[in-house]
Design a binder for this molecule. Structure first.
Ligand code: ATP
Length: 308
């Protein structure tokens, strides 16, 4: 009997999320600068007759256990390409907040792909794995690659980025999630309401910030803090006004930068070193403005197989 295989996959924070206008196909062009950070999900694949998903962790109750689970969809996509039956039990040990704007579902998809590929001996090439990831969702290729990268298109066309050091982060996890499509819809609605329009002709093409890329390359947290931006933040705040108090609490505690992570509602705080991060985390925990606080750092590597 084949031994179970475990993949470990990081969460991400978007240090820049520039959102273009609404395209006719319903997507938005993005300039999306991803940084993989050290919160991880682990996906263990065990041989089974049929596809089955189990989940453990504080947010386990919010994760679907049927074929809509992104890990299940990844396993089915790999099996279909290789003409095999997706017989596997996928167990997800979930540490990444669910629907938190940190690509937890994407991480599980990338992990399931890697683990199933090893379990089934399908020997998919890196390009094939990246292809399947891009088919399944815009953030999934980055979960596989990790480190730091610029995503163009819907975010799936990745260019790896050089980073000159480690950045220290605090994440304030909110009660309940935010739906990513709902946040994009709210972004479009706010743009329409402002009179500027929300279409591709109305909104400037999204471009990566040269100052931000320089700051990443230099490993300069202060410069990075000055350059971070998230075009989805007004929409996340509009849908969840209480996040303003969370952002303020982190800023008051000395965070170099305070921003909503991706589509939220997790808020991300950049600190100059681990001690400053701990001080921000303590202040956030005491503020009563979030459910949980996590400190970590990045960049970290993407999805990897680990010894179970
Ligand atoms: P992103 O940052 O990529 O926009 P997110 O971190 O905000 O995503 P996810 O944790 O990926 O959000 O979950 C979004 C929704 O996807 C959940 O509400 C859940 O219904 C569904 N989902 C499907 N598969 C998974 C999975 N393996 N883990 C978590 N959620 C999943």
């Amino acid at each position: 009997m084949t031994r179970p295989v475990t993949a470990r996959v990081p969460a991400k924070v978007n240090v820049q999320l520039a959102v273009g206008g609404l395209r006719p196909d319903g997507f938005h062009d993005l300039a999306n600068v991803f940084l993989a950070v050290g919160l991880h999900d682990e996906v263990t694949a065990t041989a089974a007759d049929t596809l089955r998903i189990t989940v453990e962790g504080a947010d386990a109750g919010q994760v679907p256990l049927d074929h809509t689970n992104l890990a299940a969809r990844a396993a089915v996509a790999l099996a279909e390409r290789h003409g095999i039956t997706p017989g596997v039990h996928l167990h997800i040990a979930k540490d990444i907040p669910v629907a938190g704007g940190m690509a937890g579902g994407s991480a599980d998809a990338a992990g399931a792909l890697l683990a199933c590929d090893a379990l089934w001996g399908t020997k998919a090439t890196r390009d094939e794995l990246l292809d399947i990831c891009a088919d399944l969702g815009s953030d999934i290729p980055f979960s596989l690659v990790g480190g730091a990268a610029l995503g163009r298109g819907r975010g799936e066309l990745l260019t790896p980025l050089e980073t000159g050091g480690t950045f220290h982060w605090v994440f304030a996890v909110a009660d309940g999630g935010l739906s990513t499509p709902a946040v994009y819809r709210e972004c479009d609605r706010l743009r329409e309401a402002s009179g500027a329009g929300a279409g591709a002709a109305d909104v400037p093409d999204p471009e990566p910030s040269p100052a931000l890329l320089d700051a990443l390359r230099a490993g300069d947290a202060t410069a990075l803090a000055a350059a971070v931006s998230n075009d989805l933040q007004p929409a996340a705040l509009s849908l969840r006004p209480a996040l303003a108090a969370t952002l303020r609490a982190g800023a008051d505690a000395g965070a170099l930068a305070s921003l909503v992570s991706g589509s939220g509602p997790t808020c991300a705080f950049l600190a100059k070193d681990p001690e400053a991060a701990q001080a921000v985390a303590d202040a956030l925990a005491a503020s009563g403005t979030c459910r949980t606080v996590r400190t970590t750092s990045g960049p970290v590597p993407g999805a990897r197989l680990v010894d179970a």
